[in-house]
Design a protein around this ligand. Sequence first.
Ligand code: ATP
Length: 241
Amino acid sequence: MTEQALKIPPAFTAKGLTKVYGEGTAAVHALRGVDLTIPTGEFVVLLGPSGSGKSTLLNILGGLDRPSAGSAHFRDRDLSAMNDADLTRYRRDHVGFVFQFYNLMPSLNARENVELVTEIARDPMKASDALALVGLDRRETHFPSEMSGGEQQRVAIARAVAKRPTVLFCDEPTGALDSTTGRAVLKVLTDVNEQLGTTVIIVTHAAATAQLADRVIHFADGAIREVVLNDTKLRAEDIEW
Ligand SMILES: Nc1ncnc2c1ncn2[C@@H]1O[C@H](COP(=O)(O)OP(=O)(O)OP(=O)(O)O)[C@@H](O)[C@H]1O
């Protein structure tokens, strides 16, 4: 890591982060006191068995959910202390989301799907520039039904990055895709990380994705089991699926 990177405050720090769903005998301990730091600009992959708490962590860091105890800071701001309006503003100004199923509007073409965001964002890219970034500049007027799963996911990524988010959260972004298409989507995510400097945090079962990461966080049973820093990152084209 460069000296300059060391001076930039981390994107996220969590201390004793705890999430319990339900109460009493029905209580589910989704996060059991997680401590973590995610440096700004990193490409981070969260791996772990189903139910180990990965999505719960993503939802808290993304301002979609609140912890039961502990703290989660975005830069110097305590997300756990924010009210609903503050969290909405935080998500609007700083956060992009990409999910397994692309959640595109079927009646809108690719450009119009991206414009849903660019029309309300503060300092957005042009929708056409966002689509060019994901390699879909020639598909602007195509509707979701006219595109493959990988292309639809790239539109979803264009929509998420068009508002120039500080952080891009991806929950199983390749979960519905075959390996070739998955690689193409991962290539787009690494491009976003490298070209825009966006911090990218991916939850996935596709362990191969870890080969692209600066930091791999292994989850088990609501806790971090291991954090691995990659000295060498592979290019998306070269990962073994
Ligand atoms: N809204 C909810 N109400 C009750 N329990 C929940 C809720 N959301 C998640 N859980 C539980 O919390 C635990 C952690 O779930 P989470 O979705 O974070 O795991 P995960 O590691 O992302 O799993 P997967 O890989 O299957 O998506 C699981 O036992 C899950 O059933």
